[in-house]
Design a protein around this ligand. Structure first.
Ligand code: ADP
Length: 265
């Protein structure tokens, strides 16, 4: 059984065509064992990227509330040395951020060469939540798809690789996760009135995501649709994608100056 994670740029992406519960017939134990292997490999690859210090990677995590962004970050951060990692969360913009263009705060958070950034939400909120909640007019959000593509191209040309992951959960799974949050005193703090209000606009969010995923699925920064109803499968897929990306970059240790061998007294 197979489900594509990516579609060629130019093809319409409709989330309704992707099964959020897809898990390629792998079971949980095998998935967790494979995730652990990717995690171990990621630690070494991240170390090399850090030593090489010429390129950077950013994992962009988007998804509806409760889609598992925090859990994915916990998984990735568990396998990579913190000194190689920058985790950033983007909430509703501050007054200062709103006084700049929407990409200002994002650009400032882009990881330096050698590092892996993880964005918990991102510039995509500026074509998703602002559109659904009608925080700005269409004439403001509509040109942003092109602006985002140009921005990601600029950063790509400068040595940044984007790993854009949409964590795809079903409406039914979101209900279960919200219910758990409502009942669990350790999770209630995560819930605000906006989360429940946003659920009533489920279809609008899906439509806004369809457009963002379609219009910003480029050769230089493709989207990955990660089936995320099963947390362990989501973790496996994201770990795999990041490992493949880093392995493809093949970061190298800088050349060693062998004259140093003679200089230790
Ligand atoms: P999270 O849900 O990511 O764990 P919060 O519960 O604090 O964290 O939610 C952050 C909120 O900020 C989300 O509702 C998100 O849609 C909102 N947000 C993020 N970026 C923007 C933006 N550019 N404009 C408006 N709202 C935003």
């Amino acid at each position: 059984m197979h489900q594509p994670l990516t579609l060629p740029p130019g093809r319409d992406i409709r989330l309704a065509d992707f099964d959020p519960d897809f898990h390629e017939d792998i079971d949980r134990a095998d998935a967790e064992a494979e995730t652990k292997r990717h995690s171990d490999a990621l630690d070494e690859l991240a170390y090399r990227l850090y030593a090489e210090s010429r390129r950077a990677v950013v994992v962009v995590l988007q998804g509806i509330d409760t889609s598992g962004k925090d859990g994915t970050i916990r998984m990735l951060a568990g396998g990579i040395s913190p000194q190689c990692l920058d985790v950033r969360s983007f909430k509703a913009p501050s007054a200062l951020e709103l006084a700049h263009d929407f990409l200002w705060r994002i650009h400032a958070a882009v990881p330096a060469h050698g590092r892996i950034g993880i964005f918990n939400r991102s510039h995509y909120e500026d074509v998703i939540v602002v559109r659904v909640r009608q925080l700005v007019s269409r004439s403001v959000w509509e040109p942003r798809y092109d602006q985002i593509n140009a921005f990601e191209k600029l950063l790509g040309d400068g040595g940044l690789t984007f790993v854009k992951c949409f964590l795809h959960i079903s409406k039914r799974e979101q209900r279960e996760r919200l219910e758990e949050r409502l009942r669990d005193p350790r999770k209630q703090w995560k819930l605000g009135p906006d989360d429940l209000a946003d659920r009533t606009r489920w279809d609008d969010f899906q439509e806004a995501y369809d457009d963002a995923l379609t219009k910003c699925n480029t050769h230089h920064a493709p989207w990955h649709i990660v089936p995320a109803d099963k947390k362990w499968y989501r973790n496996l897929v994201v770990a795999r994608i990041l490992r493949q990306t880093l392995a493809g970059l093949d970061p190298r240790f800088p050349a060693f100056d062998s004259s140093l061998l003679t200089k230790l007294d």
